[in-house]
Design a protein around this ligand. Sequence first.
Ligand code: FES
Length: 101
Amino acid sequence: MAFHALEKLMFLEDGYRREFVINGIPLLLLQEGGRPQLIRNQCPHRGQPLTHGDVSNGVIRCPGHGWSFNLSDGQCRLPGPGPCLTRYALIYEGTQIGVDL
Ligand code: FES
């Protein structure tokens, strides 16, 4: 595993979204409610990217078929219990935020 810097902290704000691919893994860094989150940019339903998913009240809704997931724990909210969204722990290093992968 190695640290991969993703973004400077000064650029993070609510509404921020940016895609990355690290070690072949599609990632989406986003911020909502003052909290940055890093998720796999691939819906657990049928794999569509979540880049343009609606985010509200800590929930992201896949633009594919409307499945919704908690950003805080990845749990499937709609249609109900199901596969979870993969989340990654963010690491703060100096003025940057990143991930160990
Ligand atoms: S691919 Fe996301 S809900 Fe179907």
